[in-house]
Design a protein around this ligand. Structure first.
Ligand code: FES
Length: 145
């Protein structure tokens, strides 16, 4: 039921880890399944994403979508990363089963949350970006790992 690409990104995820002193960090969670995703961005002075890492405490599709999402925004500008949709991540993975679509939504949200954090730290406005939902409780869970 999973594509080869999903299995590849799940068994061999790209960009796992943390970035110290990241330009932006975003943590999101899905209340229903309890999965949590955190994305770290290293953004240079020109607004280009130099590096991107993630930590996911979640299902295989959550790992695969975070892996693919981070691959897709690396080297891109903040504005380009803003355009990353869960649909694009799913397409890049050759699809996901319907019950796993929300995992890709989490990946999109995690990238947006990290971009939001970056915009707050820099004091800039990123067009089309909205404040993410608070994920304080989930942050604690990830930190306690
Ligand atoms: Fe919830 Fe995958 S089952 S993120």
């Amino acid at each position: 039921m999973y594509s080869e690409k999903v299995i590849d990104h799940f068994t061999n995820p790209r960009n796992v880890g943390e970035i110290e002193n990241a330009s932006g960090v975003g943590t999101v969670g899905n209340a229903k399944c309890g999965d949590i995703m955190r994305v770290y961005l290293d953004i240079d002075d020109d607004g280009v994403i130099r590096d991107c890492k993630f930590k996911t405490f979640g299902c295989g599709a959550a790992v695969a979508t975070s892996s693919m999402a981070t691959e897709m925004i690396k080297g891109k500008t903040v504005q380009e990363a803003m355009k990353l949709t869960n649909k694009a991540v799913m397409e890049a993975l050759d699809g996901l089963p319907p019950v796993k679509v929300h995992c890709s939504v989490l990946a999109e949200e995690a990238v947006h949350a990290a971009l939001w954090d970056y915009s707050q730290k820099k004091g800039i406005v990123i067009e089309g970006l909205e404040k993410p939902e608070e994920a304080e409780e989930q942050k604690v869970e990830l930190d306690a790992e």
